[in-house]
Design a protein around this ligand. Structure first.
Ligand code: BG6
Ligand code: MG
Length: 218
């Protein structure tokens, strides 16, 4: 029986995926490396360091550690400038009522994000109080599709993987959930997330019981 829901953050609860994209694109452009939406799709759910390593590899560049650190810091500074204006209005449509419904139904709620900015961002948009457990980029360093972020989330909720459903917008994130032995609801388009058990476009007009019934999990 499903008892816990694990949510990715960027692109699932808040529309921050576009700001990660803009910041990486700005950095790639400064380094003379072409970077578009196709490349960006491969970075969703991937840690800051691994994202930088992938971009440099695409540009056939290697940098010494102090320069790697410099670009990671600068990318994060740009990202923080982009999200600075965000407020509770910018939680994605339907998210707040879905989380409230989940809590009212007694489900445990966890976050499974690669981001080191997850906690301040959740506080900024006033979602922090919905969460029983938070696993972020400070807790787990393995990038999705490694399942560690979700396995740790299930553990913190004191649940088994098969008692959890993951909500993910990234190909790597869906794979992480499946590798962890969890059901996964993809957020986005079916053709982009073929490994998900079900794909929805967003949380508007969705309820936990409706979704779980559709997966024969009630
Ligand atoms: C993930 C995003 O949630 O967090 C990635 O999908 C991002 O795009 C990663 O690179 C790390 O985020 P941060 O905030 O620690 O740089
Ligand atoms: Mg995401």
């Amino acid at each position: 029986m499903i008892r816990g829901l694990l949510f990715d953050l960027d692109g699932v609860l808040v529309d921050t995926a576009k700001y990660h994209f803009l910041a990486w694109q700005r950095m790639a452009s400064a380094l003379g490396i072409p970077f578009g939406h196709k490349e960006n799709e491969q970075l969703k759910g991937v840690s800051r360091r691994e994202s930088l390593e992938r971009i440099l590899a695409w540009g056939k560049l290697t940098l010494p550690e102090p320069e790697m650190q410099h670009w990671m810091d600068l990318k994060n500074q740009w990202y923080l400038e982009y999200v600075e204006h965000m407020d509770p209005q910018e939680v994605l449509p339907g998210v707040r009522s879905f989380l409230a419904d989940a809590r009212a139904q007694g489900y445990l709620i966890g976050l499974g994000s690669a981001s080191k900015n997850a906690i301040p961002l959740l506080k900024k948009v006033d979602l922090f109080s919905y969460f029983d457990a938070i696993v972020d980029g400070h807790v787990v360093t393995e990038s999705k599709p490694h399942p560690a972020v979700f396995l740790e989330g299930a553990k913190l909720l004191a649940l088994l993987p098969e008692q959890c459903v993951v909500f993910e917008d990234a190909v790597a994130g869906v794979e992480a959930a499946k590798r962890g032995g969890m059901r996964c609801i993809g957020m986005g388009r079916q053709e982009e997330l073929p490994l998900a058990d079900k794909v929805i476009s967003g949380f508007e007009n969705q309820t936990v019981s409706g979704l779980l019934a559709g997966l024969s999990l009630l």
